[in-house]
Design a protein around this ligand. Structure first.
Ligand SMILES: NC(=O)c1ccc[n+]([C@@H]2O[C@H](COP(=O)([O-])OP(=O)(O)OC[C@H]3O[C@@H](n4cnc5c(N)ncnc54)[C@H](OP(=O)(O)O)[C@@H]3O)[C@@H](O)[C@H]2O)c1
Length: 346
């Protein structure tokens, strides 16, 4: 132990190679704590972390040379400041924060460890109304929700259609759109209808009984949606059919295109972004969301939570030893909100 109680080695889940998490991620019990801080960085003692689909997708897709392995897994965390290093925080402050993927690759740091070094402008104070588990999963999905809605320019009184009411991103987007005074229509499957209503959706479409595209074509909303936010990103068709239910000056934002093969991806990209309307393309605005760190957005999420307008939806919590089970859960594609990991007991 050093004089300020920060150990030199820690337990951390390390991505050692490309592949399925069961082969790619291992628990190391003597991984060095990165305690040499650059100006503007703080060291956080992690209490809880949360998984995101991008974690296992990168594990499966990116070769070691690009992902710069070995590196600590995952991006979202909550904890206490272990070394404030002259930043705005004090030792012991309770925070939540994140490492965007490029920062994690560059620094080798990640959330599934006992200590993480990261820039202080990627952290904000944790509201006392939520615990570390609920705080751990806010940043990546919450920022994606907020930044997507900002990119769409939502205004009070508009109607927003959120495809995927219980995706982590969708669960934040419903609540943020409601907090900004919008009407919200969201999709979900039958067992999750009450959850989505509880998040604030004014109307819920059960996507298994009423496939959204045909349902909306047959029952067009009045007025047409001002904004569509696709937080599932499974197909381009929701966009290409959108003139039937998205206002002419409306906007379609999406978290991405399907993982179902390169052919599908290229087709989706062509249909959503490249094909002009005079070539039969869709005569509506389309934007892909790419989440970035912005301190003011982190602060906005913190304030919404502090005001009780935003409550992180947690699907399940796993112990630090059970991280591989947490990956199994998120990889089902059925998690309702965030899959969290308890790193140390509160
Ligand atoms: N572009 C970016 O910067 C960015 C940032 C963050 C995330 N993403 C991407 O956004 C997507 C969502 O991420 P996430 O963490 O929010 O996902 P997630 O929480 O893992 O999504 C799981 C949820 O999706 C719902 N779902 C699955 N298919 C559905 C469908 N056809 N219609 C409605 N709901 C459906 C499931 O509910 P049911 O069981 O009811 O089906 C389940 O609750 C991922 O592909 C992720 O990679 C992109």
């Amino acid at each position: 132990m050093s004089s300020n109680d920060i150990p030199q080695a820690q337990h951390a889940w390390i991505v050692i190679k490309r592949g399925h998490p069961s082969q790619a991620v291992v628990l190391q019990k003597d991984f060095p704590v990165s305690s040499k801080l650059k100006k503007g960085e703080a060291l956080v003692k992690v209490h809880a972390a949360a998984l995101n689909p991008v974690g296992w997708k990168i594990m499966r897709l990116l070769p070691n040379i690009i992902a710069k392995r070995p590196q600590i897994a995952e991006y979202d965390l909550a904890g206490t400041i272990a070394d404030s290093n002259g930043t705005e925080f004090n030792k012991g402050d309770e925070i939540f924060g994140w490492l965007p993927v490029p920062l994690s690759i560059k620094s080798g740091q990640g959330a599934l460890a006992q200590y993480v070094r990261l820039p202080a402008d990627h952290l904000v104070a944790k509201p006392s109304s939520i615990d570390f588990i609920h705080a751990a999963g806010i940043c990546l999905a919450g920022m994606t929700a907020l930044q997507g809605l900002k990119q769409a320019g939502i205004e009070a009184g508009q109607t927003v259609f959120i495809n995927g009411g219980t995706t982590a991103v969708g669960s934040f987007a419903i609540q943020i759109a409601k907090a900004k005074g919008c009407n919200v229509v969201a999709t979900t499957s039958t067992p999750n209808i009450d959850i989505v209503k509880g998040l604030g959706a004014d109307k819920v479409i059960d996507y298994k009984n009423n496939p959204p595209i045909s349902h909306l074509k047959e029952n067009p909303p009045t007025p047409n949606f001002h904004v569509i936010y696709d937080t599932v990103g499974t197909s381009a068709e929701l966009f290409t059919a959108s003139p039937a239910y998205l206002a002419p000056n409306g906007i379609f934002v999406s978290v991405g295109v399907t993982m179902g093969g390169l052919g599908n991806i290229l087709k989706s990209v062509f249909q959503t972004q490249l094909r002009p309307s005079w070539l039969g393309g869709t005569n509506r605005k389309f934007r892909l969301v790419s989440v970035n760190n912005k301190k003011e957005d982190l602060e906005e999420l913190r304030d919404l939570i502090g005001e009780g307008k935003l409550k992180p939806l947690v699907d399940s919590t796993f112990s630090f030893d059970d991280v591989l089970k947490a990956y199994e859960r998120i990889m089902t594609g059925r998690a309702k909100g965030k899959v969290a990991v308890q790193v140390i007991s509160n």
